[in-house]
Design a protein around this ligand. Sequence first.
Ligand SMILES: *Cc1c(COP(=O)(O)O)cnc(C)c1O
Length: 440
Amino acid sequence: MTDNKTPETEAELSGATPRRRPKADVLEVGGRKLSPSTLMMGHAFDPMLSEGSLKPPIFLTSTFVFENAAAGKRHFEGVTGKRPGGADGLVYSRFNGPNQEILEDRLGIWDEAEDALVFSSGMSAIATLMLALVKPGDVIVHSAPLYAATETLIGRILGRFGVTFLDFPAGATEAEIEAVVERAKAQGNVSLIYLESPANPTNALVDIEAVSRVRDRLLGDTNPPIAIDNTFLGPLWQQPLRHGADLVVYSLTKYAGGHSDLVAGGVTGRKAWIDPIRMMRNTIGTISDPNTAWMLLRSLETLELRMSRAGENAEKVCAFFRDHPKVESVGYLGFLQEGTRQADIYKRHCSGAGSTFSLYLKGGERESFAFLDALKIAKLAVSLGGTETLASCPAAMTHLSVPDQRKQELGITDNLVRISIGVENADDLIADFDQALKAV
Ligand SMILES: *Cc1c(COP(=O)(O)O)cnc(C)c1O
């Protein structure tokens, strides 16, 4: 955003002021490009536009006053999509707001994205993206499994509007992905390739680079976007735009929010694909509220600290679990076996193993429940990516409604405990898990 002294000619002619937000920012110092964790403290906000307030105020207003009528017209050209890139100024809080715009600018930094949008939840981000990009008769090709609500949205809700889908397993080879895309082409117009990596709760990684090559080879004429849900490793440990994705989706409720105290979503990526999604968001009103956006600005300041600590903790905890006699195996990205396809994808795509993993206990539901009920520090709750450690049993909770056959295929067994490690002291966590295993 810019308060450049030389507004573009069109803006001058229309009598409107240029964007009110500063591009104030120092993006580099002495030729050194600043890193995201530095930029999270000040990027895209000029205190002098808000009485010198160091932190952005929360702008609780439903509408914004135009400088003059021509400015109002110009802003609406942005809102309605007559002019790409969104509104040049603030209009009405269903379209944009200062807190949300600052947040979007900062979120985009992590992915080195051209543009970003924030939403009222991860699911409203995904739903808005899909409503913007698919139409009746289209086919969505997706990796599997997906977050359960995303599968419901594609299969049951978009299905009612004549959209069909075909999927491939998350770990599929390039040839397997190609075969599915070939079949999808025969079925209809492929307008979206939708990925989730790592998959929940299997932690299987998708080869984004392979998907991108297949798209270019088989769908080069229509060039549908590749969108990926990066909630589990993003934005710190995986940057999908670098590997051929066009759009990255987040449940900001998880690691980005990081304190289990808000619900929000985000999409970052190429401007050409963000524009239609923004148009849809403007129409249906799935933008996040100013208060939540403000909380996320605070969260992003500590994102790298929190995620790094959680990642280190997870490494120590998983090392403890790995050798424990009551543990069958640990589904942790840090333990991928050298030479396997998954390890190869990991090396090319990820810079860290995350802090969410699957613990397979020896036994079944009785053992999982005994373990969960004995925990004293870790809380028994679904969700992930918060400062506190959470544990749950997917087969009995998040994935309860998944048919048994499908659960079997996905490895969602009764002895699987899903754990999201927080930023507590690692040795305290290990002591807790140790005593809980004793209770099994
Ligand atoms: C939680 C989650 C979502 C949904 O996000 P909400 O903020 O709960 O709407 C989508 N994808 C993944 C991978 C998630 O973990």
